[in-house]
Design a protein around this ligand. Structure first.
Ligand code: ADP
Ligand code: MG
Length: 676
């Protein structure tokens, strides 16, 4: 069977598991091979019965000469067995595995891996992993470094191991080497087949590391090549609108002077970079990354104004109605006085352009994607909170024009190296400076014994100063293995009943319909509630200037960058704002990590710290929606990333002569365009 076969077409056994496998990112047979173990159980010490010693973890091979179920005095079922090899016999004990007597039989040749227990001469192999040894003598669950995989309900490492092993044996031919030989030599990388074999069934840990290095190199290398390809397509094949600046100097100055504040240095630099893009005649593809509140909207407004001066239309797409309305109000305020026609289109507010008026700027939610909305000459597309939109939506909006300039914006703090790896096809502007006079959000990690005091203080702030408060809980429903985590619903009821009975509380969570969410937020903004109890959906860039306190429960569950983004929900107005972090963790490292928020107020720096302390997966876990991040390589591995990038630069020009590699790059592109 071909490796490209979808799991659903690969026979009944696979089909049954298809949905579960999908959760692990396995949709084709090939994906099994790239489902990388996150660790190995070391069962590589193989011992004769005679040599066994209490306390060691070993593998023993031999024949089962006894096997039976037995009840203990407390009526628990245990399984007792005796294993014999040419040097002696040893007792074996399992707990509560009744089915064992159906799988294993007296007379079977088996390998058992586990801990030897006992004192004195009587030793017992306790709860060992077992495996029948076939004619070929090969073992995959015992007697070696045994891969442990990310699992999901019903899909165990043991099961995965069997599939991987089968595929490795049968699919060798299909796993053709695509890395050019000279690249492999230069970087001392295993060939593909060896790498796959050794990552799953390593001879030793060193070889497992080498295997991982090869696959990690591939991952970054291919992402880079794919990005280069997209960039080349974008820059070389497409013609973009050349937007004049000099001609409109006076008009631009007028806008400049009309602003109620002076732009920060970082804003000016970003505007400068956009202007340079405009004047190249190639379509711009720029990502602006800036902390919440760093002032991205005005940058977008200026860009749209320049498009307008040049006779082009712009569209700005935001992820929620509230945000769209907020942008609409802001941009109208800035630009309408210069005669710019600014309009709004959302799910509940249909676009209406009066007969004699021209639509210059359209602001809206994904409603702007509607087929009914057409542009005469769309010159600039702006996407706010770009990570909230799928690639598809991003491309539909662009196709409403002919190669319009594209400006995407995000408040997700990403370290520069990471951004360049992931968004290699974009140009990047970072707004790393806050407007003057902005007060830092006072942040405290609150010890549990001060919880009641914190509640009292919050109540006072609300009743005396009419402040508003966010309380963030990480999950909507309490799940068994997250018992320490306060579920938002339970928490909401507790807070309303027991803690703040006199105050008005509302609730917001990710499972509510978009419309409901928007309503609650609008009501909160209109001060109909004092406290909003929410799951991290409040992450979206809503502007509620009167909200000055954010309390975050189970803060240890978030990355620092995520927490930083969350706290950015407050501090939007002139008043001093506060962020209270709670954790039930007593781990010193966790406490130190969280405390860094008390002193650090720069998103990108916090993201860097996250990267060092927790790795990238954690960093984006709570923030990202449907985007593929690195699976094998780690963003912390700067050397490897550098090497892979350099090599991608070398190889890119030769890609047409490397059909296997080219095909692989295309696969990566497809995966990135249709992220799972
Ligand atoms: P974000 O980057 O999160 O989208 P916004 O564009 O919403 O930030 O800006 C946040 C607030 O800061 C707005 O009220 C905006 O008018 C204000 N602002 C933007 N730039 C400046 C500046 N240079 N000086 C003072 N205030 C500014
Ligand atoms: Mg914004």
């Amino acid at each position: 069977m071909l490796l490209s076969t979808p799991v659903t077409d690969a026979g009944r056994a696979y089909k049954m598991y298809a949905t579960r496998l999908e959760k692990l990112g396995i949709t084709t047979l090939k994906d099994f091979l790239f489902h990388i173990p996150h660790r190995y159980d070391d069962f590589s010490v193989v011992s004769k019965v005679q040599e066994l010693q209490a306390g060691e973890v070993v593998t023993v091979k031999g024949t089962l000469i006894e096997l039976k179920n037995q009840f203990t005095r407390s009526y628990k079922k245990i399984q007792k067995a005796v294993l014999q090899d040419e040097t002696g016999i040893v007792d074996v004990l399992w707990f509560n595995q009744q089915f064992l007597t159906k799988t294993l039989h007296v007379g079977d040749t088996v390998a058992l891996s586990g801990r030897v227990e006992g004192d004195g001469p009587i030793l017992t192999l306790t709860a060992p992993v077992y495996e029948q040894i076939g004619a070929d003598g090969v073992t995959i669950h015992t007697g070696r470094l045994v891969p442990i995989y990310p699992e999901t309900n019903g899909v165990s490492s043991k099961w995965l191991r069997r599939q991987v092993y089968k595929l490795l044996l049968t699919a060798k031919e299909e796993l053709e080497e695509y890395l050019p030989e000279d690249v492999r030599k230069r970087h001392h990388l295993y060939d593909l087949y060896t790498a796959l074999w050794q990552i799953h069934f390593p001879d030793n840990l060193e070889m497992a590391m080498k295997a991982k290095e090869r696959l990690a190199f591939d991952e970054v290398f291919l992402i880079q090549l794919a990005a280069k390809e997209r960039r080349a397509l974008w820059k070389e094949k497409q013609k973009g609108y050349l937007l004049e600046l000099n001609k409109f100097e006076k008009d631009i100055d007028k806008l400049w002077e009309s602003l109620p504040f002076e732009l920060t240095g970082a804003q000016k630099r970003t505007v400068g970079e956009i202007f340079t893009d405009f004047s190249t005649g190639k379509p711009m593809n720029r990502l602006v990354e800036g902390d919440v509140g760093s002032g991205k909207t005005i940058v977008a407004a200026i860009a749209m104004y320049v498009a307008y001066l040049n006779g082009y239309q712009s569209v700005l797409m935001a992820p929620t109605e509230i945000l769209a309305e907020q942008h609409f109000a802001t941009i109208k305020k800035f630009l309408e006085k210069f005669g710019v026609g600014v309009f709004l289109a959302t799910g509940s507010k249909k676009l209406k352009v009066p007969e004699d008026t021209k639509l210059d700027i359209l602001i809206g939610t994904h409603a702007v994607l509607s087929e009914k909305i057409a542009f005469d000459n769309l010159g600039l597309v702006v996407i706010d909170e770009q990570q909230r939109f799928g690639v598809e939506q991003r491309s539909i909006i662009r196709e409403k024009g002919t190669n319009p300039h594209l400006l995407t914006m995000t408040a997700t703090p990403i370290p520069r190296t990471v951004a360049l790896t992931l968004y290699g096809d974009l140009d990047l502007s970072i707004i790393d400076e806050m407007p003057k006079g902005r007060k830092e959000i006072k942040t405290w990690l609150v010890p549990p014994q001060k919880r009641d005091g914190a509640y009292k203080w919050i109540e006072e702030k609300i009743t005396k100063e009419h402040d508003q408060v966010f309380i963030v809980c990480p999950f909507i429903e309490e799940s068994e293995n997250m018992t320490t985590v306060k579920a938002a619903k339970v928490e909401f009821e507790r807070l309303q009943k027991n803690v703040f009975p006199k105050l008005k509380l509302a609730m917001l969570h990710g499972k509510m319909k978009a419309k409901e969410k928007d309503e609650v937020l609008a009501d909160f903004k209109a001060k109909k509630y004092d406290i909003l109890v929410a799951t991290p959906v409040v992450e979206v860039g809503i502007d509620i200037p009167n909200a000055t306190i954010i309390l975050i429960e189970a803060a240890d569950r978030f990355g620092l960058a995520g927490l930083h983004q969350l706290r950015g929900r407050v501090g939007r107005g002139d008043k001093q704002s506060f962020c209270l972090l709670f954790t039930e963790s007593k781990n010193a490292q966790t406490t130190t990590r969280l405390k860094s928020l008390e002193t650090m107020h720069n998103g990108a720096a916090l993201a860097e710290l996250d990267l060092q302390m927790r790795g990238a997966g954690e960093l984006y876990g709570t923030l990202q929606h449907g985007r593929r991040w690195l699976k094998i390589a780690s963003f912390g591995d700067f050397m490897l990333i550098e090497r892979a990038k350099e090599e991608a630069n070398n190889v890119f020009g030769k890609l047409p002569d490397l059909p296997l590699l080219k095909q692989k790059v295309e696969e990566v592109t497809i995966k990135q365009v249709n992220p799972d």
